[in-house]
Write a protein that binds this ligand. Structure first.
Ligand code: ADP
Ligand code: NA
Length: 332
């Protein structure tokens, strides 16, 4: 049996957006006082699976750390790290590269989406990404990973890798980690296309709400969000074939710590001309303080660097013994 421990990561590439906030950061902050040791990671090694300008990568990593703190994650309660500063992640990933099968990787939908039709030109790292992700999680023997729905398949692969390692070496060493996918906004969709998730890896999506947007920009993006012409329903069933409407209601619910049912009980019957301004006001009131705190923190990067260095020291107290034991199991 494994002691409960939480791990989750976010890529320092591009701007943090509302999907990252509601699907990840806000939930991490909400869970913080449950007394479970939690490690949150800026996954820079994942970011470079596609080209990153070095100066931008450095800035994005610090900005992401600022985003974590501004969202309410307290570095005195949780461990905040930058992946490349804890070398055991990459070391365990190599072992897992030798455990995972090519066929498993080839089936990952994110690989297929990101490599597209030109897989020959994709980096080897992009293909192997899920094995590094498994190492990120299992180097802590993490039992729970809070993520958005987009990461479900990678979490299943993490369990497959743990199970195959345990089986191949006849041990019960790595836990079968559970994804934690809950809340109203586990999949925030693009505001211009309700069939696509809001993502930082889609630079052409100008509708995306970023954590660095000012109040006017947020309000404008919500005003312009694609919708249909009907009034909002008062029951969840009424959102069934209305992906854009459902997305905006989900966002409202998650921002306001309500269920979708509660929101619809209040706004059912409203037109978007009424609902959108209310949503914009809510989004601005919740995100504005985060944006301000992020820019305050970014004015003193030495403080951020100190927090990440301290986090790495704390993390290695966990990762070094687990790597050592892994090497022993493998015969190294
Ligand atoms: P992105 O997909 O924007 O590149 P990451 O892959 O770094 O972001 O994901 C960081 C975290 O944010 C993960 O937990 C992921 O599940 C979550 N996440 C990303 N996009 C969304 C979204 N549109 N809705 C909900 N959660 C999301
Ligand atoms: Na993602």
């Amino acid at each position: 049996t494994f002691t409960p421990r939480v791990f989750s990561g976010i890529q320092p590439s591009g701007d943090l957006h509302l999907g990252n906030y509601l699907g990840a950061l806000k939930r991490f902050a909400d869970a913080q006082d449950k007394g479970v040791q939690s490690i949150y990671c800026m996954v820079d090694l994942h970011a470079i699976t596609v080209w990153q300008d070095p100066a931008d990568l450095k800035k994005s990593t610090r900005e992401l750390c600022a985003g974590f703190i501004a969202s309410g994650i307290d570095p005195n309660k949780s461990i905040l790290i930058n992946q490349s500063q804890v070398p055991e992640h990459a070391q365990l990933a190599w072992i897992f590269n030798c455990v995972a099968r090519m066929g498993w990787m080839g089936r990952m939908t994110q690989w297929k989406d990101k490599a597209g039709k030109n897989a020959e030109a994709a980096s080897l790292g992009l293909f192997a990404y899920p094995a590094l992700m498994a190492a990120d999680i299992l180097i802590y023997h993490a039992t729970h990973v809070p993520v958005g729905e987009d990461q479900k398949q990678h979490l299943e692969l993490t369990r497959d890798i743990a199970a195959k390692f345990n089986h191949d070496y006849g041990v019960d060493f790595f836990p079968l980690t559970e994804p934690v996918i809950e809340g109203a906004a586990t999949r925030v969709m693009s505001l211009r296309d309700g069939s696509k998730k809001m993502s930082k890896s889609d630079p052409s999506d100008a509708s995306r709400i970023n954590l660095t947007d000012d109040a006017d920009t947020i309000a404008k993006k919500i005003r312009k969000a694609k919708t249909d012409a009907d009034a909002l329903p008062s029951e969840v069933d009424g959102l069934k074939d209305r992906p854009e409407a459902r997305n905006l209601v989900n966002i409202f619910a998650a921002l306001n710590d309500q269920t979708v049912e509660q929101v619809l009980a209040d706004v059912g019957g409203q037109q978007f001309g009424t609902f959108k301004p209310a949503l914009a006001e809510l989004a601005v009131s919740k995100m504005g303080p985060i944006t301000q705190e992020m820019s305050r923190l970014m004015a003193d990067t030495a403080e951020i660097d100190r927090i990440l260095a301290h986090g790495a020291t704390q993390a290695r107290e966990i990762t070094a013994p687990i790597l050592k034991k892994t090497y022993e199991i493998v015969g190294m």
